[in-house]
Ligand binder design. Structure first.
Ligand code: BGC
Length: 761
């Protein structure tokens, strides 16, 4: 009777709940499903210690994505129940073959989970994540990730090692291209969008794959921007900046996390009891599992926190790394560590539980195989259209002296540079099953357009990406000389200079591309640079020589058509920077939410940093300004927008109310399209706090909205600010709003806007 009553009350409650709540529930319900828990416990009871440890091993099978330490004779290993997961199996027939062995020849028939780095598309390659973030369009990112999941699951991949939610503030770091940039608020919005896209409405959907938020944690703060390097940072910075997007991913129901290579205050991310057991498990109640990064358990030895693989096993495992990717450490040493009581059996059971929970939630036990007929053979046209849309929205117009869009009726266009026709470089780092053959380059797209529009296209490569020879310069300048407008396609090669192990000590144009640019510019022809890069470059010497700059990142399969449409004005550029572009390398690290210092060169007006002047004893360089070349949030388009001053609903509000989750303040501004073309604007909300117990960033991003406005159209934009936006980390798990003077401004980028002030009393 009691049971019946509780069932009825649950049903009643469900009917009363709004749809959105139901959707959020289904997205996270895998974590607390009684049915799944029952099945996990039943299976766990039947498992031997060796079979349990088997679930904790992951091996690469196929193209390695790290230094291989893997094992051979995998088929026998599967039969013995020694393999919990494979990564890098992309052939559905092979995945079925391996799965059949697990499901038919292993004692307990536990399915294998196949993982892959599906980072920005599977077969249909979208812009690299830094480009996707530049769209400031979470719905688009969710859609793109959904498409990636549909394509990848059709090949048997039910787990992606994405999103990378590492905050990155150092453009030297090659992996800055894999994330959403420098800001924890934007990073959190993007983290959630990826998780929702990959995992779908429910993890059990046949087109859903488990997401993996990586690299936990602070990997993006590698000293000097050198990959895999150490990280030393305060707990405040860790919690308020670097952990923030991971928390957003966990709240969105992410099924897995990947522990990082780097040390955090001396303790490697893959042996870090504080970040893994304390923060992730105890504070955030994360119920999925943690996989190490490639070989990261074994790397505890060179880090110096383990003497041998046996102690690396103990340290990694006890710190909370459930699955060992490619170190072969758990396989060799974990069972013995349990037998010698160095590792409690209960800890192994718990790790196995976490992994089985995700496998059950994915429905792998009930539907372990992939239908080989469904694998993607050609690019679906709807996905190609999405790739073009994403690319168009990812481009950031950094400079434009009235030469873009290229006017119709242009007679000769010169296209010059090593990136104009390089298909592979358009795919970007980590392109999964992306194929260079699927890419339409800028050259190909312009050729097609030149035929349609009847202009002449002259192409010259000019030099190689990392070239040193100037033998192609003469042809390039000859092409430029005969043109009405020159398009320079320059930048980085995406596989060597961006992504993992792609750190650079110089962040200017590689090889002799700067010389090529200068030679072309010297012809005096109006020149637009289309820049392909996986990071902010120091463009001071570039921007003084060309009339326009379009940052195109690595745009994916539709690079050419998307660029051609934006360059000719069929579409308007609408991306905005999610990383600060420095004036020079010496300014690095430079990001919008820095502290003010006691001797700020920027003065106390938080929104308008002036040039440094010549004052002594200021926090500045004697030979460089403090301000960046292009600030966070910046991007031009083909129209212009005007912002009114920011207005607030109150001049003061109560801290007690705010801390109780009430007392929100509303702020508004009017944004007007003052140009003659329709345009998209990314309206940004910044705050600054003064009078608090600790120094706060000069500005923090706390909201944004993307608007499309017709010429002359004006729209009132409104944001609400409350506890979530204002609370400051105190200690442990405590966050509080403090009495302070709050400055708020609604602005087109981090360096403009007219603020309003509110006292928090
Ligand atoms: C990278 C990870 C990646 C893993 C598997 C590692 O080298 O750091 O980001 O997911 O390899 O390919």
């Amino acid at each position: 009777m009691n049971n019946l009553r509780s069932v009825l009350s649950v049903l009643l409650l469900l009917c009363l709940l709004p749809i959105t709540f139901n959707s959020a529930q289904t997205r996270t319900q895998w974590q607390n499903s009684p049915d799944i828990e029952r099945r996990v416990e039943a299976l766990l009871k039947q498992m031997s210690l060796e079979e349990k440890v088997g679930q904790l091993n992951q091996y690469s099978y196929g193209m390695p994505t790290g230094p291989s330490t893997g094992r051979s004779a995998v088929e026998e290993a599967i039969k013995r129940g020694e393999v919990g997961s494979f990564l890098n199996v992309t052939d559905p027939a092979l995945s079925n073959k391996l799965q059949h062995i697990a499901m038919e020849q292993s004692r307990l028939k536990i399915p294998i989970i196949f993982g892959l780095d599906v980072i920005h598309g599977y077969r249909t390659t979208f812009p690299v994540p830094l480009g996707l973030a530049s769209t400031w369009d979470a719905n688009l990112v969710e859609r793109v990730s959904r498409i990636a999941a549909q394509e990848a699951t059709a090949s048997g991949i039910r787990w992606t090692f994405s999103p990378m939610v590492d905050i990155a503030r150092d453009p030297r770091w090659g992996r800055i291209v894999e994330g959403a940039g420098e800001d924890p608020y934007l990073g959190s919005i993007m983290a959630r969008a990826y998780v929702r896209g990959y995992q779908g409405e429910t993890l059990g959907g046949s087109q859903s794959m488990a997401a993996c938020a990586k690299h936990y944690v602070a990997y993006g703060a590698a000293e000097g921007g050198r990959d895999y390097n150490s990280v030393d940072m305060s707990e405040r910075q860790l919690r308020e900046v670097y952990l923030t997007p991971f928390r957003a991913a966990v709240n969105a129901g992410v099924a897995t996390l990947m522990s990082s290579f780097n040390t955090i205050n001396g303790v490697p991310g893959s042996a870090n009891d504080f970040t893994l057991n304390q923060v992730l498990r105890r504070e955030w109640n994360f119920r999925g599992f943690v996989v190490s990064d490639w070989g990261a358990v074994g790397e505890l030895i060179p880090h110096g926190v383990a003497n041998d693989l046996a102690s690396a096993t103990r340290k990694g495992f006890l710190a909370g790394v459930d699955m060992d990717m490619e170190s072969n450490a758990y396989f060799k040493h974990l069972a013995n560590a349990v037998k010698t009581r160095e590792v409690p059996q209960s800890a192994v059971d718990e790790a196995v539980r976490r992994i089985l929970r995700v496998k059950f939630a994915l429905g792998l036990f009930d539907k372990p195989y992939v239908d080989e007929k469904n694998a993607i053979a050609t690019l679906p046209s709807a996905n190609v259209a999405a790739a073009r849309e994403a690319a168009e929205k990812s481009f950031v117009l950094l400079k434009n002296e009235a030469i873009l869009p290229i006017r119709s009726g242009v007679r000769t266009v010169a296209l010059i540079g090593p990136l104009a026709d390089s298909r592979a470089d358009m795919l970007g780092a980590w392109s999964a099953q992306g194929k260079a053959d699927d890419v339409i380059t800028l050259r190909a797209a312009l050729e097609a357009r030149s035929k349609r529009d009847g202009f002449k296209l002259v192409y010259a490569k000019g030099t190689e990406i990392r070239g040193t020879s100037d033998s192609g310069f003469a042809e390039a300048t000859a092409a430029a000389s005969q043109a009405d407008v020159v398009l320079l396609a320059l930048g980085e090669d995406s596989s060597w200079m961006t992504g993992e192990a792609g750190s650079r000590a110089f962040i200017d144009l590689p090889g002799n591309q700067q010389q090529l640019l200068e030679r072309v510019a010297a012809t005096g022809k109006p020149t637009a640079l289309v820049l392909f890069s996986g990071r902010p470059l120091a463009l001071t010497q570039v921007s003084s020589k060309v009339q326009a700059i379009v940052e195109a990142w690595a745009p994916g399969v539709q690079a050419g058509p998307a660029l051609e449409r934006v360059l000719f004005g069929d579409a308007s550029p609408s991306g905005r920077l999610t990383v600060t572009f420095p004036r020079s390398l010496g300014q690095v690290p430079i990001f919008h939410s820095m502290l003010n210092t006691g001797r700020p060169a920027v003065g106390l007006d938080l929104t308008r940093p002036p040039t440094n002047g010549n004052e002594k004893f200021k926090s500045r360089y004697v030979d460089e300004q403090n301000v960046p070349l292009y600030p966070f949030g910046f991007g031009l388009t083909y129209t212009s927008f005007e912002y009114s001053a920011t207005q607030s609903s109150a001049q003061q509000t109560s801290v007690v109310e705010l801390n109780a989750g009430r007392g929100q303040v509303r702020v508004t501004a009017d944004v007007k399209n003052t140009g003659s073309r329709v345009g998209e604007e990314v309206v940004q909300l910044y705050i600054g706090l003064r009078g608090t117990s600790v120094a706060r960033p000069v500005r923090e991003l706390k909201g944004f909205q993307r608007l499309s406005l017709q010429p002359g159209e004006s729209r009132r934009v409104e944001f609400t600010i409350g506890r979530d936006e204002l609370a400051i980390w105190q200690s442990g798990t405590t966050y509080k709003v403090e009495p302070a003077e709050l400055t708020i401004w609604i602005a087109p980028n981090a360096e403009s806007g007219t603020p309003t002030k509110i006292m928090l009393k």
